[in-house]
Design a protein around this ligand. Structure first.
Ligand code: NDP
Length: 448
């Protein structure tokens, strides 16, 4: 808490008191408040208007039971969540996560981050997040469908293209969005395509949405590298995870001439000195839904390390793309020794505060998730635009818009950090730029 300006400490203490045990939420709030000291010193009216306190309290939190029947006829009970965090800039927008670790505090941390991320995109979208402690691993397609149908049977009443528009996140990809959308359509008797994003291309989805978060992270990293006078071409890269974000980050790095040496899942990591074979990885993860070890079994020269720490593989660029707090202070120290130059977060809050401090102290360029991975939600907003105008754009056009948006986010962070005499501090730049847009809009709308 020492990094938080004294003027903000009361607000932070109230967050701790009112949200006991929600350590990830505390961490996310501390991270943002830790940046805002200089901003409120320059603009004290944010304090007087209690903008911080307002932003630390979600507009609405929904918790519900999700009963469903498994393939053996056994009734299963999960818990569903939707935290509608802030609608100052537009309808609540943010993904759904299905993972056994999901608690209310997880969804609140993600929803809080989402507000500022969405603000950074410059698009008219508020912040929200949702999910369930349902574990999709090892479940059949029909079990996934029944779970999604039950989940939507409760959630649908809170959604709408002008109200709340979920998308995917960990454990929720195109298959799950399909089942969720099918149930929404059936209950409401409305083909309201703009109520969910991440849809299949044939039924209202956007080209490049699947690729957007991973591509966007690499566009952002590329901007960081270019501003440091270099290029991704020929650099070694480590990407953690092997899900949606990781796979398309690997694809874009490879396209830009980088070599991805390693990727992972929760069972361990693989190292492939020839560079990850993307077709094989996609087949294993997207088609066969198998574990990462299979990659090493089927690729000459690749090795699998069970458990272990992917960050021990040295590279100039690191893209953590799996989950929160996957990269700690020890790992960061090893990476600095190994010669890392740029870290960009494809996942949400993958680096612990200790890790971020190690990178910043060593003057490693560090791109926080709320800026670096905003390409996914930005392309979701593009999907909403296409749905609203009953249009569909080409892959090339959508990808070009994504790249332009990522350059814009990079520029906002850069300008804000320079304006406050902190050049190269992307954490400050992202937090301050996102906050100022939300805070000014909030004040314009009155006491809400
Ligand atoms: P996926 O479910 O597609 O992939 C997640 C990957 O991370 C898998 O390889 C998974 O391994 C691994 N993983 C998940 N949990 C853990 C854990 N506890 N320990 C180790 N590895 C883990 O999710 P996404 O790729 O969509 O999301 C990844 C990250 O990116 C998340 O932080 C998400 O919030 C963030 N993000 C995603 C966006 C999107 O558009 N999808 C947008 C912005 C951010 P395993 O299969 O073994 O569990």
């Amino acid at each position: 808490m020492t990094s938080i300006d004294p003027a903000l400490q009361h607000a932070y203490k109230e967050v701790l008191r009112r949200n006991p045990g929600e350590s990830e939420f505390h961490q996310a709030v501390e991270e943002v408040l830790g940046s805002l000291g200089p901003v409120i010193q320059r603009h004290p009216h944010y304090l007087a208007e209690r903008v911080i306190e307002r932003l630390c309290e979600p507009e609405r939190q929904i918790i519900f039971r999700v009963p469903w029947t498994d393939d053996h006829g056994q009734v299963q009970i999960n818990r569903g969540f939707r935290v509608e965090y802030s609608s100052v800039l537009g309808p609540y927008k943010g993904g759904l996560r299905f993972h056994p670790s999901v608690l209310l505090g997880t969804v609140k941390f993600l929803g809080f981050e989402q507000i500022f991320k969405n603000a950074l995109t410059g698009m008219p979208i508020g912040g929200g997040k949702g999910g369930s402690d349902f574990d999709p691993k090892g479940r059949s397609d029909t079990e996934i469908m029944r779970f999604c149908q039950s989940f939507m049977t409760e959630l649908y009443r809170h959604l709408g293209e002008y109200t709340d528009v979920p998308a995917g996140d960990i454990g929720v990809g195109g298959r799950e969005i399909g089942y969720l959308f099918g149930q929404y359509k059936r209950i409401t008797n409305r083909y309201e395509a703009g109520v969910l994003t991440g849809k299949g291309i044939a039924w209202g989805g956007s080209q490049a949405r699947t690729e957007a978060t991973g591509y966007g992270t690499v566009y952002f990293a590329d901007q960081m590298v270019q501003h440091a006078g270099s290029s991704l071409d020929g650099l070694d890269v480590v990407v953690s995870g092997s899900g949606n974000v990781a796979i398309y980050a690997i694809e874009k790095v490879t396209e830009l001439g980088g070599r991805v040496l390693a990727c992972s899942d929760s069972s361990g990591y693989v190292v492939d000195e020839k560079g990850i074979d993307l077709e094989l990885l996609k087949d294993i993860k997207e088609e066969r839904r198998e574990r990462i070890k299979v990659y090493a079994d089927e690729r000459d020269g690749a090795t699998f390390v069970e458990g272990g720490r992917i960050w021990d593989v040295s590279a100039q660029i690191a893209l953590p793309c799996a989950t929160q707090n996957e990269l700690d202070e020890d790992a960061a120290t090893a990476m600095v020794k190994g010669g890392v130059k740029v870290v960009a977060e494809g996942a949400n809050m993958p680096c612990t505060p200790g890790a971020v401090k190690v990178f910043q102290d060593a003057e490693i360029l560090f791109g926080p998730g709320k800026a670096a991975n905003a390409g996914g939600v930005a392309t979701s907003a593009l999907e909403m635009q296409q749905n609203a105008s009953r249009d569909s754009w080409s892959f090339e056009y959508t990808d070009a818009r994504l790249e332009e948006i990522m350059r814009g986010i990079h520029e906002s962070c850069r300008k804000m950090s320079e304006d406050y005499d902190r050049p190269g501090d992307y954490v400050f730049g992202a937090n301050a730029a996102g906050f100022v847009r939300v805070a000014d809009s909030m004040l314009a709308l009155g006491v809400i």
